[in-house]
Design a binder for this molecule. Structure first.
Ligand code: HEC
Ligand SMILES: [Cu+2]
Length: 441
């Protein structure tokens, strides 16, 4: 008898040590996709609500657990115990009504801030300093657009994201770029199944549902007013160049960054590999990025596109060099342009796959699954080359079931050679395509 209980106690000791080490060991809250280290008002609101719920339930846990432990200790059986059985209570109206009342009260305590938070996150605020007209000077905007915040249409595909900027006439994929401290209004749609937009440090989550447009707003960092409030600077009229400078350096140091997002609704084979990024930059940097996206790319050898295509049709042999060879494959045998758009190139206008304008300047491909971001935040070009190469060689291995490999009739998995025989791209061809893609920046 004694040995069994000793063994059991030893087991309990080890088991609790194990639990403490594993649970607390996982307690690094400052990770890339942490919901605890927030960088924007929506995530902050959600965290506050979560913590309120935690405290309320923790209080219930302590009270119920306390009563339980008290009863277990007080009424436990002792050696030679000849006390009478404690009274066996049942149906005490006072206790029952009291418990019902307490539950209702606690639910109310949680419900009110929950509803407030839902409204807060649903309604895009009209923040005067976030209106496009107030900060965007990249080009003249139509009047009603200047009154709005930046709008981004987020479109979910199996298994990647398109980000359209309707006011600016540009589209990018998998890495959205947004200005720091500004309200951004998102319209979320899906072309196939349900996906979910989740950018943990900034905001989450809203579903992308086929046949329906959902809306949400996000903001990386606080606006000027909120920042002042947190600094303890009171009075709405407080404004000065020094304050503005302080606010600017807050954005620069704490908010400008590269944020990690993820599809948060199971959406098929490669759901776990449907990530995305948000690069948060300053206003001028944002404008420069937009300008780059609008221009897109010229030909690899500096000819005009008309000249290039004339040469391509007359005698492609005269277009030499790795980049020209890569582009010839892109437009020809490899059929890349049937699915991908490259701004600038008038014949690369496919829409079944991600827009590849400036894909060489992005820090990841394959919807964030293959990374080439160097430690200093720039591009690790060797890794980038390898990622392009592997992606083109083994798309189906890197993202099982992905639609670049599988697409009916046009997928890269079904290429043919000049004799009409099935023939995948050779390593040499993939090399040239990879170099070409790297040059798109
Ligand atoms: C049948 C249409 C189709 C064809 C043809 C096609 N692609 Fe794709 N491509 C896609 C789709 C769909 C994706 C997204 C895959 C995913 O991440 O799930 C993609 C993704 C990519 C990506 C990653 C982009 C990003 O932002 O993550 C690159 C690079 C790419 N394709 C290059 C090429 C090249 C080069 C070719 C020609 C050899 C090619 N594609 C041919 C449909 C196609
Ligand atoms: Cu998804």
């Amino acid at each position: 008898m004694k040995t069994i209980s000793n063994g059991f106690y030893r087991f309990l000791q080890y088991f609790s040590a194990f639990i403490v080490v594993t649970v607390l060991g996982g307690c690094n809250l400052d990770t890339r996709m942490s919901t605890f280290v927030t960088k924007g008002p929506i995530a902050e609101e959600q965290l506050n609500l979560f913590m309120l719920t935690v405290w309320v339930t923790f209080a219930i846990f302590i009270i119920v657990g306390g009563v339980f432990v008290y009863a277990v200790i007080k009424f436990r059986e002792r050696p030679n115990d000849d006390r009478p059985m404690p009274s066996q209570g049942h149906g005490n109206p006072l206790v029952e009504i009291g418990l019902i009342g307490a539950s209702i009260l606690l639910l109310a305590v949680i419900a009110v801030p929950t509803l407030q938070a839902i409204w807060f996150t649903q309604e895009t605020p009209d923040d005067v300093e976030s209106r496009m007209g107030a900060w965007y000077s990249g080009e003249e905007l139509a009047e009603e657009e200047a009154e709005n915040p930046l709008i981004i249409k987020v479109i979910g595909y199996q298994w990647w994201w398109a980000f359209e900027y309707p006011q600016l006439g540009i589209t990018t994929a998998n890495e959205m770029v947004i200005p720091a401290g500004k309200v951004v209004h998102l319209e979320l749609r899906s072309v196939d199944v349900i996906h979910s937009f989740w950018l943990p440090r900034i905001a989450g989550k809203v579903d992308l549902i086929p046949g329906r447009t959902n809306a949400m707003w996000i903001q990386a960092g606080d606006n000027f007013a909120k920042w002042k409030e947190k600094q303890g600077i009171v009075g709405p009229d407080q404004d000065s160049p020094e304050l503005r400078e302080g606010y600017a350096s807050y954005l620069q140091e704490e908010i400008h960054n590269y944020y990690y997002g993820q599809c948060a609704e199971f959406c098929g084979d490669s759901h776990a590999r449907m990530l995305f990024r948000a690069t948060v930059v300053g206003d001028r940097e944002f404008e420069a990025w937009v300008a780059d996206e609008k221009i897109g790319h010229g030909t690899p050898d500096g000819r005009s596109w008309d000249e290039w295509y004339t040469a391509y049709e007359e005698n492609p042999e005269q277009l030499t060099g790795d980049l020209n060879e890569g582009l010839k494959l892109f437009m020809g045998r490899a059929k890349c342009a049937t699915c991908h758009t490259v701004k600038g190139n008038p014949r690369a206008v496919g829409v079944a796959g991600p827009n590849l304008t400036n894909v060489g300047a992005r820090l990841s491909i394959a919807a964030g699954w293959l990374n080439h971001r160097a430690e200093d935040g720039g591009i690790d070009t060797e890794q980038q080359y390898e990622n392009f190469f592997n992606w083109l060689k083994e798309t189906d291995v890197i993202k099982p079931g992905n639609l670049m490999w599988e697409a009916n009739g046009g997928g890269i998995g079904e290429l043919i050679d000049e004799h009409g025989e099935p023939a995948l791209l050779t390593d040499e061809e993939i090399n040239k395509l990879s170099l070409y893609l790297q040059s798109l920046k």
